[in-house]
Design a protein around this ligand. Structure first.
Ligand code: GYE
Length: 376
Protein backbone atom coordinates (compact mmCIF):
# COMPACT_ATOMS: atom_id res chain seq x y z
CA UNK A 1 0.00 0.00 0.00
CA UNK A 2 1.43 3.30 -1.07
CA UNK A 3 0.58 5.30 2.04
CA UNK A 4 2.24 2.74 4.27
CA UNK A 5 5.38 2.65 2.20
CA UNK A 6 5.62 6.43 2.37
CA UNK A 7 5.15 6.50 6.12
CA UNK A 8 7.75 3.79 6.49
CA UNK A 9 10.26 5.73 4.44
CA UNK A 10 9.64 8.82 6.59
CA UNK A 11 10.01 6.75 9.73
CA UNK A 12 13.19 5.09 8.52
CA UNK A 13 14.69 8.42 7.55
CA UNK A 14 13.77 9.80 10.94
CA UNK A 15 15.32 6.88 12.75
CA UNK A 16 18.64 8.06 11.35
CA UNK A 17 18.16 11.78 11.61
CA UNK A 18 16.44 12.06 14.96
CA UNK A 19 17.68 9.24 17.08
CA UNK A 20 20.87 10.99 18.03
CA UNK A 21 18.79 13.84 19.44
CA UNK A 22 16.47 11.59 21.35
CA UNK A 23 16.72 13.51 24.64
CA UNK A 24 14.13 16.03 25.64
CA UNK A 25 16.00 18.76 23.77
CA UNK A 26 14.54 17.32 20.60
CA UNK A 27 11.04 17.79 21.91
CA UNK A 28 8.32 19.63 20.11
CA UNK A 29 7.40 22.84 21.90
CA UNK A 30 5.28 22.21 24.97
CA UNK A 31 2.68 24.60 23.59
CA UNK A 32 1.85 21.99 20.98
CA UNK A 33 0.79 19.55 23.64
CA UNK A 34 -2.84 19.68 24.66
CA UNK A 35 -3.55 21.93 27.64
CA UNK A 36 -3.25 20.02 30.87
CA UNK A 37 -6.73 21.08 31.85
CA UNK A 38 -8.43 20.13 28.58
CA UNK A 39 -11.08 17.52 29.29
CA UNK A 40 -11.65 14.56 26.97
CA UNK A 41 -13.81 15.82 24.12
CA UNK A 42 -16.76 13.64 24.92
CA UNK A 43 -17.89 10.54 26.73
CA UNK A 44 -15.85 7.71 25.24
CA UNK A 45 -17.39 4.41 24.20
CA UNK A 46 -16.92 1.39 26.45
CA UNK A 47 -13.35 0.14 26.49
CA UNK A 48 -14.27 -3.21 25.01
CA UNK A 49 -16.40 -1.86 22.18
CA UNK A 50 -16.13 -4.00 19.06
CA UNK A 51 -14.54 -2.41 15.99
CA UNK A 52 -17.14 -0.51 14.06
CA UNK A 53 -18.06 -1.03 10.44
CA UNK A 54 -19.36 2.46 9.88
CA UNK A 55 -16.63 5.03 10.60
CA UNK A 56 -17.10 8.17 8.52
CA UNK A 57 -14.65 8.11 5.63
CA UNK A 58 -11.88 10.71 5.52
CA UNK A 59 -11.96 13.41 2.85
CA UNK A 60 -10.28 11.10 0.34
CA UNK A 61 -12.88 8.40 0.93
CA UNK A 62 -10.67 6.09 3.02
CA UNK A 63 -11.62 4.88 6.48
CA UNK A 64 -8.41 4.67 8.51
CA UNK A 65 -8.07 1.51 10.57
CA UNK A 66 -6.11 1.84 13.80
CA UNK A 67 -5.28 -0.78 16.42
CA UNK A 68 -4.58 0.51 19.93
CA UNK A 69 -2.88 -1.81 22.45
CA UNK A 70 -3.56 -0.08 25.78
CA UNK A 71 -1.75 -1.01 29.03
CA UNK A 72 -4.89 -1.90 31.00
CA UNK A 73 -7.32 -0.19 33.35
CA UNK A 74 -5.20 -0.01 36.51
CA UNK A 75 -5.69 3.64 37.46
CA UNK A 76 -7.68 6.86 37.09
CA UNK A 77 -4.87 8.07 34.81
CA UNK A 78 -5.35 5.08 32.54
CA UNK A 79 -9.10 5.69 32.27
CA UNK A 80 -8.43 9.30 31.26
CA UNK A 81 -5.89 8.12 28.67
CA UNK A 82 -8.29 5.56 27.17
CA UNK A 83 -11.11 8.11 27.03
CA UNK A 84 -8.85 10.65 25.36
CA UNK A 85 -7.67 8.26 22.63
CA UNK A 86 -11.13 6.84 21.99
CA UNK A 87 -12.66 10.31 21.75
CA UNK A 88 -10.01 11.48 19.25
CA UNK A 89 -9.66 8.34 17.13
CA UNK A 90 -13.41 8.26 16.52
CA UNK A 91 -15.77 7.33 13.73
CA UNK A 92 -16.53 11.05 13.32
CA UNK A 93 -12.84 11.59 12.59
CA UNK A 94 -12.87 8.86 9.96
CA UNK A 95 -11.18 6.22 12.12
CA UNK A 96 -12.16 2.66 12.78
CA UNK A 97 -10.47 2.00 16.13
CA UNK A 98 -9.80 -1.44 17.49
CA UNK A 99 -9.14 -1.11 21.19
CA UNK A 100 -7.45 -3.83 23.21
CA UNK A 101 -7.13 -3.57 27.00
CA UNK A 102 -4.02 -5.67 27.71
CA UNK A 103 -4.71 -5.87 31.47
CA UNK A 104 -1.07 -5.20 32.38
CA UNK A 105 0.05 -8.42 30.66
CA UNK A 106 3.09 -7.89 28.43
CA UNK A 107 2.61 -11.15 26.53
CA UNK A 108 -1.01 -10.22 25.78
CA UNK A 109 0.16 -6.84 24.55
CA UNK A 110 2.65 -8.38 22.10
CA UNK A 111 -0.10 -10.70 20.88
CA UNK A 112 -2.49 -7.77 20.38
CA UNK A 113 0.09 -5.99 18.24
CA UNK A 114 0.71 -9.16 16.21
CA UNK A 115 -3.04 -9.46 15.62
CA UNK A 116 -3.13 -5.90 14.35
CA UNK A 117 -0.30 -6.71 11.94
CA UNK A 118 -2.13 -9.82 10.74
CA UNK A 119 -5.26 -7.76 10.12
CA UNK A 120 -3.15 -5.26 8.16
CA UNK A 121 -4.50 -2.19 10.00
CA UNK A 122 -3.30 1.17 8.69
CA UNK A 123 -1.68 2.33 11.95
CA UNK A 124 -0.84 0.78 15.31
CA UNK A 125 -0.82 2.75 18.57
CA UNK A 126 0.97 1.21 21.56
CA UNK A 127 1.22 2.32 25.18
CA UNK A 128 3.95 -0.14 26.18
CA UNK A 129 3.47 -1.83 29.56
CA UNK A 130 7.24 -2.31 29.86
CA UNK A 131 10.00 -0.55 27.96
CA UNK A 132 11.84 -3.61 26.57
CA UNK A 133 11.01 -6.72 24.55
CA UNK A 134 9.76 -4.78 21.53
CA UNK A 135 12.45 -5.22 18.89
CA UNK A 136 11.05 -8.30 17.11
CA UNK A 137 7.42 -7.26 16.92
CA UNK A 138 8.24 -3.71 15.84
CA UNK A 139 10.44 -5.17 13.10
CA UNK A 140 7.45 -7.27 12.02
CA UNK A 141 5.24 -4.14 11.89
CA UNK A 142 7.94 -2.32 9.96
CA UNK A 143 8.28 -5.18 7.48
CA UNK A 144 4.50 -5.12 6.99
CA UNK A 145 4.70 -1.38 6.30
CA UNK A 146 2.48 -0.43 9.24
CA UNK A 147 3.55 2.75 11.04
CA UNK A 148 3.59 2.47 14.83
CA UNK A 149 2.87 5.39 17.15
CA UNK A 150 3.92 5.03 20.79
CA UNK A 151 2.12 7.01 23.49
CA UNK A 152 2.83 7.61 27.19
CA UNK A 153 5.47 5.04 28.24
CA UNK A 154 8.53 4.63 26.06
CA UNK A 155 10.04 1.75 24.11
CA UNK A 156 13.74 1.58 24.82
CA UNK A 157 15.01 -1.35 22.76
CA UNK A 158 13.76 -0.46 19.28
CA UNK A 159 13.56 2.68 17.15
CA UNK A 160 11.12 1.16 14.70
CA UNK A 161 8.25 3.46 15.54
CA UNK A 162 7.34 6.68 13.82
CA UNK A 163 6.66 8.91 16.78
CA UNK A 164 6.23 8.95 20.55
CA UNK A 165 4.15 11.37 22.60
CA UNK A 166 4.21 11.36 26.39
CA UNK A 167 5.89 12.68 29.51
CA UNK A 168 9.44 13.17 30.78
CA UNK A 169 9.18 10.76 33.71
CA UNK A 170 12.70 11.40 35.00
CA UNK A 171 11.91 15.10 35.28
CA UNK A 172 8.81 14.23 37.31
CA UNK A 173 11.00 12.32 39.78
CA UNK A 174 13.62 15.07 39.84
CA UNK A 175 10.93 17.70 40.48
CA UNK A 176 9.57 15.61 43.36
CA UNK A 177 13.08 15.47 44.85
CA UNK A 178 13.69 19.19 44.38
CA UNK A 179 10.33 19.97 45.97
CA UNK A 180 10.95 17.71 48.98
CA UNK A 181 14.35 19.29 49.59
CA UNK A 182 12.94 22.84 49.44
CA UNK A 183 9.84 21.92 51.48
CA UNK A 184 11.85 20.26 54.26
CA UNK A 185 14.10 23.32 54.45
CA UNK A 186 11.11 25.69 54.57
CA UNK A 187 9.50 23.62 57.35
CA UNK A 188 12.73 23.07 59.29
CA UNK A 189 12.55 19.28 58.93
CA UNK A 190 16.08 18.01 59.52
CA UNK A 191 15.78 14.30 58.84
CA UNK A 192 13.88 12.59 56.03
CA UNK A 193 13.01 8.92 56.48
CA UNK A 194 11.36 7.82 53.28
CA UNK A 195 9.18 4.94 52.19
CA UNK A 196 8.69 4.53 48.45
CA UNK A 197 5.88 2.74 46.59
CA UNK A 198 6.91 2.33 42.97
CA UNK A 199 4.82 1.69 39.85
CA UNK A 200 4.87 -1.31 37.53
CA UNK A 201 8.44 -2.63 37.52
CA UNK A 202 10.16 -2.13 34.17
CA UNK A 203 7.67 0.46 32.90
CA UNK A 204 9.37 3.64 31.76
CA UNK A 205 7.10 5.63 34.10
CA UNK A 206 8.46 3.67 37.07
CA UNK A 207 12.07 3.75 35.85
CA UNK A 208 12.04 7.52 35.20
CA UNK A 209 10.31 8.54 38.44
CA UNK A 210 12.59 6.29 40.48
CA UNK A 211 15.75 7.49 38.72
CA UNK A 212 14.86 11.15 39.13
CA UNK A 213 13.86 10.95 42.79
CA UNK A 214 16.81 8.74 43.76
CA UNK A 215 19.23 11.37 42.45
CA UNK A 216 18.03 13.53 45.34
CA UNK A 217 18.00 10.62 47.81
CA UNK A 218 21.66 10.01 46.98
CA UNK A 219 22.88 13.60 46.75
CA UNK A 220 21.03 14.75 49.90
CA UNK A 221 21.85 11.62 51.91
CA UNK A 222 18.17 11.00 52.72
CA UNK A 223 17.28 7.76 54.45
CA UNK A 224 15.33 5.57 51.99
CA UNK A 225 13.95 2.94 54.35
CA UNK A 226 12.30 0.75 51.73
CA UNK A 227 11.04 0.64 48.15
CA UNK A 228 8.44 -1.83 46.90
CA UNK A 229 6.09 -1.93 43.95
CA UNK A 230 2.38 -1.20 44.23
CA UNK A 231 1.94 -1.88 40.48
CA UNK A 232 0.21 1.49 39.96
CA UNK A 233 -2.96 0.23 41.70
CA UNK A 234 -4.86 1.34 44.79
CA UNK A 235 -4.90 -2.19 46.15
CA UNK A 236 -1.15 -2.51 45.57
CA UNK A 237 -0.46 0.80 47.33
CA UNK A 238 -2.61 -0.21 50.29
CA UNK A 239 -0.99 -3.64 50.73
CA UNK A 240 2.56 -2.26 50.58
CA UNK A 241 1.69 0.52 53.03
CA UNK A 242 -0.02 -1.89 55.45
CA UNK A 243 3.20 -3.85 55.64
CA UNK A 244 5.33 -0.67 55.88
CA UNK A 245 3.16 0.58 58.79
CA UNK A 246 3.99 -2.60 60.70
CA UNK A 247 7.69 -2.84 59.79
CA UNK A 248 8.55 0.84 60.14
CA UNK A 249 6.13 1.97 62.85
CA UNK A 250 7.09 5.44 64.10
CA UNK A 251 10.21 5.51 61.89
CA UNK A 252 9.08 7.31 58.70
CA UNK A 253 8.03 10.84 57.83
CA UNK A 254 7.70 10.67 54.01
CA UNK A 255 5.82 8.31 51.69
CA UNK A 256 6.29 8.77 47.96
CA UNK A 257 3.76 6.93 45.77
CA UNK A 258 4.39 6.78 42.03
CA UNK A 259 0.73 7.41 41.16
CA UNK A 260 -2.46 8.76 42.71
CA UNK A 261 -4.17 5.39 43.04
CA UNK A 262 -1.25 4.02 45.08
CA UNK A 263 -1.47 7.16 47.25
CA UNK A 264 -5.19 6.54 47.88
CA UNK A 265 -4.38 3.00 49.03
CA UNK A 266 -1.41 4.14 51.13
CA UNK A 267 -3.55 6.79 52.83
CA UNK A 268 -6.23 4.21 53.66
CA UNK A 269 -3.54 2.00 55.21
CA UNK A 270 -2.12 4.90 57.26
CA UNK A 271 -5.62 5.84 58.48
CA UNK A 272 -6.23 2.23 59.55
CA UNK A 273 -2.87 2.14 61.36
CA UNK A 274 -3.52 5.47 63.11
CA UNK A 275 -0.64 7.25 61.34
CA UNK A 276 -1.21 10.97 60.76
CA UNK A 277 -0.28 12.28 57.32
CA UNK A 278 -0.58 15.23 54.95
CA UNK A 279 -0.12 18.93 55.71
CA UNK A 280 -1.25 18.65 59.35
CA UNK A 281 0.18 15.20 60.01
CA UNK A 282 3.49 13.47 60.68
CA UNK A 283 4.00 11.95 57.22
CA UNK A 284 4.53 13.96 54.03
CA UNK A 285 2.66 12.36 51.11
CA UNK A 286 3.98 12.79 47.56
CA UNK A 287 2.15 11.52 44.48
CA UNK A 288 2.23 11.63 40.67
CA UNK A 289 -0.51 11.93 38.01
CA UNK A 290 -2.69 14.77 39.36
CA UNK A 291 -6.00 13.15 38.43
CA UNK A 292 -9.22 14.73 39.75
CA UNK A 293 -9.41 12.60 42.90
CA UNK A 294 -5.67 13.14 43.55
CA UNK A 295 -5.96 16.92 43.26
CA UNK A 296 -9.02 16.85 45.54
CA UNK A 297 -6.79 15.24 48.18
CA UNK A 298 -4.16 17.93 47.62
CA UNK A 299 -6.90 20.53 48.14
CA UNK A 300 -8.00 18.67 51.29
CA UNK A 301 -4.36 18.74 52.48
CA UNK A 302 -4.08 14.93 52.56
CA UNK A 303 -1.51 14.81 49.74
CA UNK A 304 1.25 17.44 50.07
CA UNK A 305 2.40 17.53 46.45
CA UNK A 306 1.23 15.90 43.22
CA UNK A 307 3.42 15.92 40.09
CA UNK A 308 1.29 15.92 37.00
CA UNK A 309 1.57 13.42 34.20
CA UNK A 310 -0.75 14.33 31.35
CA UNK A 311 -2.83 11.44 29.97
CA UNK A 312 -4.63 13.39 27.24
CA UNK A 313 -2.67 12.09 24.28
CA UNK A 314 -5.66 11.43 21.99
CA UNK A 315 -5.59 14.74 20.08
CA UNK A 316 -1.84 14.44 19.44
CA UNK A 317 -2.34 10.89 18.28
CA UNK A 318 -5.00 11.99 15.79
CA UNK A 319 -2.77 14.79 14.49
CA UNK A 320 0.08 12.33 13.99
CA UNK A 321 -2.10 9.89 12.04
CA UNK A 322 -3.47 12.68 9.86
CA UNK A 323 0.02 14.03 9.19
CA UNK A 324 1.37 10.58 8.33
CA UNK A 325 -1.55 9.94 6.02
CA UNK A 326 -0.81 13.24 4.28
CA UNK A 327 2.80 12.11 3.85
CA UNK A 328 4.18 14.75 6.20
CA UNK A 329 7.25 14.38 8.36
CA UNK A 330 6.42 14.15 12.06
CA UNK A 331 8.40 14.77 15.25
CA UNK A 332 10.02 11.63 16.65
CA UNK A 333 9.17 12.83 20.18
CA UNK A 334 6.55 15.15 21.68
CA UNK A 335 6.55 15.94 25.39
CA UNK A 336 3.37 16.96 27.20
CA UNK A 337 3.30 20.16 29.25
CA UNK A 338 2.93 19.36 32.97
CA UNK A 339 2.53 21.52 36.05
CA UNK A 340 3.50 20.58 39.61
CA UNK A 341 0.72 20.90 42.20
CA UNK A 342 1.03 21.59 45.93
CA UNK A 343 -1.20 21.99 48.94
CA UNK A 344 0.43 24.94 50.75
CA UNK A 345 1.37 28.38 49.53
CA UNK A 346 4.87 28.44 51.02
CA UNK A 347 7.14 27.86 48.00
CA UNK A 348 6.69 29.71 44.73
CA UNK A 349 8.83 27.46 42.55
CA UNK A 350 11.56 24.85 42.41
CA UNK A 351 14.91 24.92 40.64
CA UNK A 352 16.60 21.73 39.50
CA UNK A 353 18.81 20.31 36.80
CA UNK A 354 16.51 18.43 34.44
CA UNK A 355 17.17 15.22 32.57
CA UNK A 356 18.68 17.18 29.68
CA UNK A 357 21.24 18.71 32.04
CA UNK A 358 19.59 22.12 31.98
CA UNK A 359 18.89 24.12 35.14
CA UNK A 360 15.21 25.03 35.18
CA UNK A 361 12.98 26.99 37.54
CA UNK A 362 9.37 25.85 37.44
CA UNK A 363 6.32 27.21 39.29
CA UNK A 364 4.43 25.31 41.97
CA UNK A 365 0.68 25.59 41.53
CA UNK A 366 -1.37 25.78 44.74
CA UNK A 367 -4.50 23.71 44.15
CA UNK A 368 -7.90 25.37 44.48
CA UNK A 369 -11.42 24.20 43.66
CA UNK A 370 -11.10 25.36 40.04
CA UNK A 371 -7.94 23.26 39.55
CA UNK A 372 -9.79 20.16 40.72
CA UNK A 373 -12.78 21.00 38.54
CA UNK A 374 -10.58 21.31 35.43
CA UNK A 375 -8.68 18.03 36.00
CA UNK A 376 -9.30 14.68 34.29
O1 GYE B 1 1.27 7.34 36.21
C1 GYE B 1 -0.22 5.52 36.26
C2 GYE B 1 -0.64 4.59 35.20
O2 GYE B 1 2.15 5.24 32.35
C3 GYE B 1 2.30 7.45 33.13
O3 GYE B 1 0.49 4.47 34.37
C4 GYE B 1 1.53 6.19 33.13
C5 GYE B 1 1.27 5.63 34.50
C6 GYE B 1 0.49 6.52 35.43
O4 GYE B 1 -1.19 3.46 35.63
O5 GYE B 1 -1.28 6.01 36.99
Amino acid sequence: MKKKVLATIVAAAMSFSLLAGCGSQGAAPAAEAPAAEAPAAEEAPAADEAPSEDAAPAADGDVITVGFAQVGHESDWRTASTNSVQAALSKENGIDLQFVDCDNDSAAQLEAVRNFIEQDVDYIVIDPIVSTGWDTVLTEADDAGIPVIVIDRTIDDSDKYVSWVGSEFTNEGLAAGAWLKAYAEAKGIKELNILEITGTTGSSAEIGRTTGFHKYVDSEGWNLLDSQTGDFTQDGGQKVMESYCKSYEGKFNVVICQNDNEAFGAIDAMKAAGVSYGVDGDVIVISFDACTAGLQMVLDKEINADFQCNPLQGPDCLKLIQALKAGETVEKQTFMAEPWYVSEDILKDITYTNNSGKEVTEPLVVVDAATVEAAY
